[in-house]
Design a protein around this ligand. Structure first.
Ligand SMILES: Cc1cc2nc3c(=O)[nH]c(=O)nc-3n(C[C@H](O)[C@H](O)[C@H](O)COP(=O)(O)O)c2cc1C
Length: 159
């Protein structure tokens, strides 16, 4: 790809990280992790506990968890944004990231991992956090997706 491309991702338990690394390798992109200031513990990630951190954040979509360090997209034309689906949505730290950067003239493509859901992987709900970007429809990948599948997906995006 001629365009300067960055793969960014947030991962709670390493699954999205695995796919992000394969994607970056498959397409020769740089990679940067979206790291929360406060790591999500196993208790935080307990979706069956309505008092858990993720449950609280799910109920209040205005929350913007802090990032440990900024992730700059200034040097890139295309930015992939990967995340796990939490209740079929992107974790709110993804919005913290999107709202922290200037995406004018840039293209964003989301990708997600999940137990089974596909809703939320397209990134549509996130558009209002970076409305100046040109958005492509993202998709959900299995943890075991291979690089060839990822590369042919990107080929088909017409970036
Ligand atoms: C708080 C929370 C909510 C989740 N909600 C869903 C869901 O709605 N649908 C689904 O298929 N998987 C759901 N999952 C499972 C994750 O999407 C899945 O395990 C994902 O691959 C984890 O990625 P990670 O290891 O990068 O954090 C949820 C997990 C957590 C922790």
């Amino acid at each position: 790809m001629d365009k300067k491309t960055l793969v960014t991702y947030f991962s709670g338990t390493g699954t999205t990280e695995g796919v992000a690394k394969k994607l970056a390798h498959a397409i020769g992109a740089d990679i940067k992790q979206i790291v929360p200031s406060n790591t999500y513990t196993a208790a935080d990630l307990d979706w069956n506990d309505e008092k858990s951190r993720t449950s609280v954040e799910h109920r209040d979509q205005s929350i913007r968890p802090n990032m440990a360090e900024p992730v700059s997209v200034a040097d890139y034309d295309v930015v992939f944004v990967g995340y796990p689906l939490w209740w079929e949505r992107a974790p709110l730290i993804v919005r913290t990231f999107l709202e922290s950067q200037d995406f004018s003239g840039k293209t964003i493509v989301t990708f997600a991992t999940s137990s089974s859901s596909t809703n939320g992987a397209d990134g549509r709900r996130l558009h209002d956090s970076a409305s100046v970007a040109s958005w492509k429809t993202g998709r959900r990948f299995d943890a075991h997706v291979d690089e060839k599948t990822l590369a042919s997906w990107v080929d088909g995006l017409d970036l």
